[in-house]
Design a protein around this ligand. Structure first.
Ligand code: ARG
Length: 451
């Protein structure tokens, strides 16, 4: 379609090297929608008759149906989705097909298609995020009052509940969703009409085209419009960050399912066995999610790197934007789906959790708070409790069994009451803290917000 000035045929290897149809075929619906909107604007500009428009629209719809049903032969000689469709259209309808590309370039066309595709996929991924969030929220509700140790440095710190722990991920996903909603605004801008780089001497109604395609507005600089890929990079970052959140959740679940922790059991349907060790029940889904997060990071870095040295405007390097985008989207959709199911089926071993949370050392901070309430400055209280912990370790006596009144006058007979786990948890009523009352309140808030 661009061979006018060439005397020699393109080398086979160049064709193989340069084709994108093997992956950009998935833009076909967006490419067709863009072409129909473009053709309608051509009618308004007096470039196409109504009859020609009808032929173009019908031809494109038929091509769409053929691609839908797998009855379309893509050819790498036609490089990409844009030329595959246009060439087939002309084959089917003749002369009118040859008019479609007036005042348009593949450069504004591909930018339009990918923006439409990104917009659609943002909505798909948002739905998957909401499903995972709902699954986590249901589990948080089921185990709102199941106590577990909260960890820092993977050392037991203070008591929390499974509900509170899972709600932390509900919060992260809410921010992931907000980021996608924000990115969608920058995605939903129409570049069509920017031509190869400098618009066109033939003016089409860009606003009309944008409106037909559901864009909120049009781009305002043709050079930026066709060479910018920052809307993709931004999404790849958002996807990578979702991966980070999923990967941390995976790591928590891997720990929880280990014999050492024993806090949770995943269903047989969401775990796998070992071909050698008959006893094994492995959390492969979690490990794969943690591993695939590496791909999500790689895809972001790949596109940032491909674009960083490019002078304005279009350079073929930009064709390398699509595979990382598609891969991140595919990776994320299956990761979100499988995690949603797996969490719904997960069982928390409440007694094991409670046994772990009953370690009196988890309430050492509460003991320091007790001293503070009796007038001891926090730093001194910290030291006094630290000494008690040392005695507990040296004498192998649990902290709650020591006679604290022998260690310091600041302890009263009521110091022992600190070690009641339920009271200790119930006292954590500050906004954001894990009292069961707070957790229940947060669950109710999420239910309302997510409606
Ligand atoms: N397949 C190309 C891409 O994805 C479409 C744009 C081609 N433009 C060009 N000037 N060769 O970037």
């Amino acid at each position: 379609m661009w061979k006018g000035r060439f005397a020699q045929a393109t080398a086979d290897l160049v064709q193989q090297y340069g084709e994108s149809i093997s992956y950009d075929w998935r833009l076909y619906k967006h490419d067709i929608a863009g072409s129909i909107a473009h053709a309608r604007a051509q009618v308004k500009a007096g470039l196409l008759t109504n009859d020609e428009f009808q032929q173009i629209e019908t031809g494109l719809r038929e091509i769409e149906k053929d691609i839908d049903t797998g009855n379309f032969d893509f050819s790498i000689e036609l490089e990409d989705i844009h030329m595959n469709i246009e060439s087939e259209l002309t084959k089917r309808i003749g002369a009118a097909g040859g008019k479609l590309h007036t005042a348009r370039s593949r450069n504004d066309q591909v930018a339009t298609d990918t923006r439409l595709y990104c917009r659609e996929q943002i909505d798909v991924i948002s739905d998957h995020l909401i499903a995972l969030q709902t699954s986590l929220l249901d589990k948080a509700e089921e185990y709102a009052s199941a106590v577990i140790p909260g960890y820092t440095h993977l050392q037991r710190g203070q008591p929390v509940t499974v509900g509170h722990h899972l709600l932390a991920y509900v919060e992260m996903i809410a921010r992931d969703l907000a980021r996608l909603t924000d990115a969608r605004k920058r995605v939903n801008v129409s570049p069509l009409g920017s031509g190869a780089l400098a618009g066109s001497t033939i003016n089409l109604d860009r606003e009309q085209i944008a409106k037909e395609l559901g864009f909120d507005s049009i781009t305002t600089n043709s050079m930026d419009a066709i060479s910018d890929r920052d809307y993709i990079m931004e999404l790849l970052f958002d996807f990578a960050l979702i991966g980070t959140h999923l990967s941390r959740l995976s790591e928590d679940l891997i720990l929880w399912c280990s014999s050492e922790f024993g806090f949770a059991t995943l269903s047989d349907a969401h775990t796998t066995g070992s071909s050698l060790m008959p006893q094994k029940k492995n959390p492969d889904v979690c490990e794969l999610t943690r591993g695939k997060t590496g791909r999500l990071y790689g895809n972001l870095v790949s596109l940032l790197t491909s674009a960083k040295g490019l002078p304005l405007t279009y350079n073929r390097d930009l064709q390398e934007d699509k595979e990382p985008l598609f891969d991140s989207i595919d990776t994320l959709i299956i990761a979100l789906s499988v995690n949603t199911e797996m969490i719904a089926d997960m069982v928390i071993n409440v007694e094991t959790c409670e046994a772990a949370a009953s370690d009196p050392l988890l309430l050492a901070t509460d003991l320091a708070d007790y001293l503070v309430k009796n007038g001891v400055p926090f730093r001194s209280a910290h030291e006094l409790v630290g000494k008690a912990v040392a005695v507990s370790v040296e004498t192998a006596t649990p902290l709650d069994q020591l006679d604290l009144t022998k260690i310091s006058d600041h302890y009263g007979a009521d110091a022992k009451d600190v070690f009641n786990l339920q009271t200790a948890l119930a006292a954590r009523t500050n906004p954001g803290a894990p009292s069961i009352e707070n957790v229940t309140g947060q669950i109710a808030r999420w239910r309302t917000e997510m409606q």
